[in-house]
Design a protein around this ligand. Structure first.
Ligand code: NAP
Length: 246
């Protein structure tokens, strides 16, 4: 059963019939974002790279008509275009995009640049979000409505950047913050709102078991941004629904 607490169609009737794409929905925060959006009555097209690996989560979601799995590798332009076309051919619209897929460079050292690692992390974290945004914006523009949420991190905040761990990851998240500003400015005369979210340090494969926050806490701000009412903010970076320093 879907948990409809913390916001429902009765509270937010404008969400009725909305269609979302969530990237990196196979596990972690992306899976929870999928769950929370469905709890608000939104059709979610869950982007997964390998549809065979996440049977357990999929079974849980499949109990509802609101869930549809799409094959999506954000580093492959063909995959991005095919996924977006598949969604449009079924639903005819895309209202929400959550660019959640992300990878880290872990123990990498900023003084020993591994160009392959750099390219791989930027390809997923920055270019993946760029490819998806470009692909969905025409459909959003037709309806003069859209919510794009880019998963950032406090590690990407220049204001908070006083350590050198995960250097490429940090730079990729600083870059996605810039992407958020650029796209928000480019789309300022449309009904499309573009924002970035920091989920905090969350217990996932990426965050590790010692992180203090749950996936439910991590998903809350991106879901809030994905369901903003008309007139909501655009071009911001948020943590726990409050602005975070860039
Ligand atoms: N956890 C934290 O503490 C934390 C903190 C700040 C920000 N974030 C951000 O939150 C987002 C989700 O993180 P998480 O902790 O949930 O990570 P996670 O559990 O490691 O999950 C990462 C997700 O990204 C997907 N992914 C990786 N490469 C992909 C690609 N090329 N195409 C499509 N999907 C791809 C993975 O799919 P597969 O299953 O196919 O590998 C997986 O679904 C990331 O953007 C991350 O940077 C996390």
């Amino acid at each position: 059963m879907i948990d409809s607490s913390n916001g429902s169609l009765a509270d937010m009737p404008y969400l009725q019939n909305q269609v979302a794409i969530v990237t990196g929905a196979s596990r972690g925060i992306g899976r929870e974002i999928t769950h929370q959006l469905m709890a608000r009555g939104i059709f979610v097209c869950a982007g997964v790279r390998d549809p065979s690996i996440e049977r357990r989560a999929v079974e849980r979601h499949r109990a509802t008509d609101l869930y549809r799995e799409i094959n999506l590798d954000v580093t492959q332009l063909d995959s991005v275009h095919k996924a977006v076309q598949d969604v449009l051919s079924v639903f005819g619209r895309i209202d929400i995009l959550v660019n959640n897929a992300g990878v880290s460079d872990g123990e990498n050292d900023a003084l020993r640049l591994d160009l392959e690692v750099f390219k791989e992390v930027m390809d997923v974290n920055l270019l993946g979000a760029w490819r998806l945004s470009e692909a969905v914006i025409p459909a959003m523009t037709i309806n003069n409505y859209g919510r794009i949420v880019n998963m950032s991190s406090t590690l990407g905040s220049l204001h908070h950047m006083n350590r050198a761990t995960e250097p490429v990851y940090r730079i990729s998240k600083a870059a996605i913050n810039a992407l958020t500003r650029v796209f928000a400015a480019r789309l300022s005369d449309t009904g499309i709102l573009v924002n970035a979210a920091s989920p905090g340090w969350v217990r996932t494969d990426l965050g590790g078991p010692n992180a203090p926050r749950s996936v439910q806490q991590g998903a809350d701000t991106p879901v809030w941004l994905a369901t903003l009412p008309e007139g909501g903010p655009s071009g911001g970076l948020f943590y726990d629904r409050a602005p975070l320093e860039w």
